[in-house]
Design a protein around this ligand. Structure first.
Ligand code: SGN
Ligand code: CA
Length: 506
C-alpha cells in the first residue's frame, strides 16, 4: 500500500547546499471528504491535488485536539494541549514566550512570516513579518492587524487578500538572501461559508444524497446525542443558509446582518441578486421534515464548495508563483487544515469529536528531492513542528511530543513507527456542546472516555466508547460493553493509561 518512490528524501545526509524554503498553507475546517485527492464524491480541488500528485499524500493524518486555537498551538509547539497551555478557544491566551518552530527557524537564519487567521489571542512571536485577522476574521472586506499595532480594513474577499499579502511578501517583503518559512493561514472553510461574489452561481445544478448516518439515532452514545451541531436542529436558516428576510427571525440573524453589512454596494448588489430569488422560493415552498433536511444539506454543500473554489484557485496562484520565480525546486510545500469537519455524517456540521471525520485532517506535501506517493502511517499535527525543523536541518529540541515525518518520506513506512495516537478535547461548555473527552486510536480500534462535570443542569459524565473501525467505519456501534471485545477493551485501556503516563497527564 505504501507507494512512496525511493527517489530521494527531503534532507540529504550532509548539510544541504541551500537550506530549503517552507511554504505552509493551512485552512480552517477543510475536511478530506471535500478534497478530490482524498474523496471524489463531491468537490474538485485540482490545485490542492497537484501538491499530492507532485508529492506525498498522508492517508492517516490526525489532529490532537479538533478545534482551531488548540490545533494551531499544537502545530506551532509540537506539543499536546496540556503542555502548550492552549486547551480551548474560549478562555485561553497562548503563552507566546514559549518555544515554537518559527522561533527556532528564525534563530537558524530563516526569514519567517505568517499571514491570515491566527486565533491564539496573544500576538505572534518568532516572525519577521506578520499580518493577521482578529479572531475568526471576516469573509468580506476584513480587518487585518499589522505589526505596527494598527488594525486596517482591506477591500476584497478574504481568501484573495490573504494570498495577495502572502505573494507581496514573497516577491518584495522578504530578504531574498535568506531561506524563508511562510505560513499562509486561511479563514476558508470556516462557518458561515460566504462565497466570493464571482463564485455565487457555481454548483447550483449539483445535488447530494444525504449521508447514510444523517438520521443517526445516537444509540449507545450519549455525548453524540447531546451535541448542538446538528444540521437539522442547529444550522441557522439565516446565518448559515442566508435565508434573510426582514420579517423572519433566527438566533444568529444579527451576526449575519453584521457580516453582509461589511459589503460595499457592488458586493451587496451581487449578493442580493443571487440570494433574493432563492429566498423567495424557499419561503414560498416552506419545506418541512425530510425535504427540509435535504434542502439544508444541499445548500450547505454548495456554499462550502463555492468557498472552496476560491481556496483552491488561490493555492494555485501560490504554486504558480513558486514555478515562475524558480523557487519551486527548493521549497517544501505543505497543505493541511486545522482539523476535519462533518459534512452531514451523523447529521452534523462542525468538528470537536474524536470520531473520524473531525479527528482526521487533510495533509499533503511536495518535497524538494521528489518523494512521491501515499504515506499510510498514522501522523498527527504535533508532528509538523519537528518535521519542518528537520527539513530545515535544525535540531529538534527535547520536549516536543511529535516526531519528524522525514523517515516516512523514503518508503511511506518506517520501522518502529507509532502504533497509536492520543487525542484530548476540553472545550465544554462551549458552542456545539460537545463533552470533554480523551482517547486512543490504533489502526483498527478507538477507545474514548467522556468525562467531567456537566453545565446548566447537565449531569456529570463518566462514559466509555469502543469502536471497531474495520467493521464499523461510521462509528455507530459502541462495542464497549460487548463480551467479545473485552480483551481488546482491556488492552486499549492499558495502552491509554500508559500513553497518559508518558505524556504526564494526571
Ligand atoms: C465559532 C463558530 C462555531 C465554531 C467555533 C470554533 N460559530 O464559534 O461554529 O465551532 O467558532 O471554530 S460562528 O457563529 O462564529 O460561526 S474554530 O474553527 O475557530 O475552532
Ligand atoms: Ca477550525
Amino acid at each position: 500500500l505504501a507507494a512512496v518512490a525511493a527517489t530521494g528524501c527531503a534532507r540529504q545526509s550532509e548539510a544541504p547546499a541551500r537550506p530549503m524554503n517552507i511554504l505552509y498553507i493551512m485552512t480552517d475546517d477543510h475536511t478530506a471528504q471535500m478534497m478530490s485527492c482524498y474523496d471524489t464524491r463531491y468537490a474538485s480541488t485540482p490545485n490542492l491535488d497537484r501538491i499530492a500528485a507532485e508529492g506525498v499524500r498522508f492517508t492517516n493524518s490526525f489532529v490532537a485536539n479538533s478545534l482551531s486555537g488548540p490545533s494551531r498551538a499544537c502545530m506551532l509547539t509540537g506539543k499536546h494541549s496540556h503542555k502548550n497551555g492552549f486547551y480551548v478557544n474560549t478562555t485561553c491566551v497562548f503563552d507566546n514566550t514559549q518555544q515554537t518552530f518559527p522561533k527556532l527557524l528564525q534563530q537558524a537564519g530563516y526569514e519567517t512570516a505568517v499571514v491570515g487567521k491566527w486565533h491564539l489571542e496573544s500576538l505572534p512571536t518568532g516572525f519577521d513579518h506578520w499580518e493577521i485577522v482578529p479572531g475568526q476574521g471576516d469573509y468580506y472586506n476584513p480587518d487585518f492587524i499589522r505589526q505596527t499595532g494598527d488594525t486596517v480594513r482591506s477591500e476584497g474577499y478574504i481568501t484573495n487578500l490573504i494570498t495577495d499579502k502572502s505573494l507581496d511578501w514573497l516577491r518584495s517583503g522578504r530578504d531574498p538572501e535568506k531561506p524563508f518559512c511562510l505560513l499562509v493561514h486561511h479563514k476558508a472553510q470556516h462557518r458561515n461559508w460566504m462565497a466570493d461574489t464571482c463564485n455565487l452561481a457555481l454548483y447550483e445544478e449539483l445535488d447530494f444524497p444525504l449521508p447514510d448516518t444523517f438520521f443517526d439515532d445516537y444509540e449507545g452514545r450519549p455525548a453524540a446525542a447531546a451535541q448542538e451541531m446538528s444540521i437539522m436542529k442547529d444550522m441557522d436558516l439565516i446565518y448559515d443558509l442566508k435565508m434573510w428576510r426582514p420579517d423572519k427571525r433566527s438566533r444568529l440573524k444579527g451576526t449575519y446582518e453584521a457580516f453582509v453589512g461589511r459589503m460595499n454596494p457592488e458586493q451587496r448588489a451581487a449578493w442580493d441578486r443571487f440570494y433574493t430569488p432563492l429566498i423567495e422560493e424557499f419561503y414560498r415552498r416552506n419545506p418541512q421534515g425530510r425535504e427540509l433536511a435535504q434542502w439544508k444539506f444541499t445548500r450547505y454543500m454548495r456554499d462550502y464548495m463555492k468557498v472552496l473554489k476560491s481556496l483552491d484557485d488561490n493555492v494555485g496562484r501560490l504554486l504558480d508563483y513558486l514555478d515562475e520565480s524558480g523557487l519551486a525546486e527548493n521549497t517544501l510545500v505543505v497543505y493541511t487544515s486545522d482539523q476535519g469537519f462533518y459534512m452531514g455524517e451523523h447529521g452534523w456540521f462542525d468538528k470537536r469529536f474524536m470520531y473520524e471525520e473531525s479527528f482526521r485532517t487533510p495533509l499533503v506535501m511536495r518535497l524538494p528531492g521528489g518523494a512521491r506517493g501515499d504515506i499510510v502511517e498514522m501522523v498527527q499535527n504535533i508532528d509538523y513542528a519537528p518535521t519542518l525543523l528537520d527539513a530545515a536541518g535544525v535540531e529538534v529540541p527535547d520536549g516536543m511530543d511529535g516526531v519528524s515525518l522525514q523517515p516516512l518520506f523514503r518508503s511511506g513506512k518506517a520501522r518502529g513507527w507509532r502504533t497509536s495516537l492520543y487525542y484530548q478535547y476540553y472545550d465544554y461548555p462551549a458552542v456545539g456542546s460537545v463533552r470533554a473527552h480523551y482517547g486512543i486510536r490504533t489502526d483498527r480500534y478507538k477507545l474514548i472516555h467522556w468525562f467531567g462535570p456537566g453545565a446548566d443542569g447537565d449531569p456529570d459524565i463518566d462514559f466509555w466508547e469502543l469502536y471497531d473501525l474495520r467493521k464499523d467505519p461510521c462509528e455507530v456501534h459502541n462495542v464497549y460493553e460487548e463480551r467479545g471485545y473485552l480483551p481488546i477493551r482491556r488492552e486499549l485501556a492499558r495502552l491509554l493509561a500508559e500513553k497518559r503516563g508518558e505524556l504526564g497527564i494526571r
